[in-house]
Design a protein around this ligand. Structure first.
Ligand SMILES: Cc1cc2nc3c(=O)[nH]c(=O)nc-3n(C[C@H](O)[C@H](O)[C@H](O)COP(=O)(O)O)c2cc1C
Length: 146
């Protein structure tokens, strides 16, 4: 059975959403099953069922979106050790969100892909390609680990 990636993200203006869709494309192209959800529609069960998760948030006021951070906090009660994790997000100037999420995923014992992926403002062709690459890296990591 194909390994599963859950891409879960928040976005204010759509920039982190563009990143999420490109990560999805990259992983799908590498033969992984992918579900992609906005954080408002995601549940911890989506994460429980997945072999890897990519969590995205833009940076607002030096932090991640509260909805995304709360969701990641809610994952503390499910077993995540050994699952592959990745954090990503669009930013304007300081870009803390992806770093915060990455640290939280590591604290759960996940195998976190580093560095986290931050793209300034609207992802252009090059940034979209970098996101697709992250999708492929996640797929490759799943094949090696599991
Ligand atoms: C009210 C507000 C506060 C922001 N604060 C930050 C910030 O502290 N650091 C930063 O890097 N970008 C900041 N930004 C820029 C956003 O992160 C940037 O526009 C990003 O592309 C938004 O992504 P989204 O389209 O996924 O919401 C802020 C933007 C707004 C509107």
């Amino acid at each position: 059975m194909a390994k599963k990636l859950a891409v879960i993200y928040g976005t204010g203006f759509g920039n982190t959403g563009i990143m999420a869709k490109a990560i999805e494309e990259g992983a799908r192209g590498a033969g992984i099953d992918v579900i992609i959800k906005k954080v408002e529609e995601a549940t911890p069960q989506d994460v429980e069922k997945a072999d890897a998760i990519a969590i995205g948030s833009p940076t607002y006021k030096g932090a991640g979106m509260p909805t995304v951070i709360r969701f990641v906090e809610s994952l503390a009660k499910i077993p995540l050790k050994g699952k592959v994790g990745a954090a990503f997000g669009s930013y304007g100037w300081s870009g803390e969100a992806a770093g915060v999420i990455s640290k939280m995923l590591k604290s759960y014992g996940m195998d976190v892909i580093e560095p986290d992926l931050r793209i300034k403002r609207i992802p252009e062709a090059e940034g979209i390609e970098t996101c697709r690459e992250l999708g492929k890296v996640i797929a490759k990591r799943l094949r090696n680990v599991l």
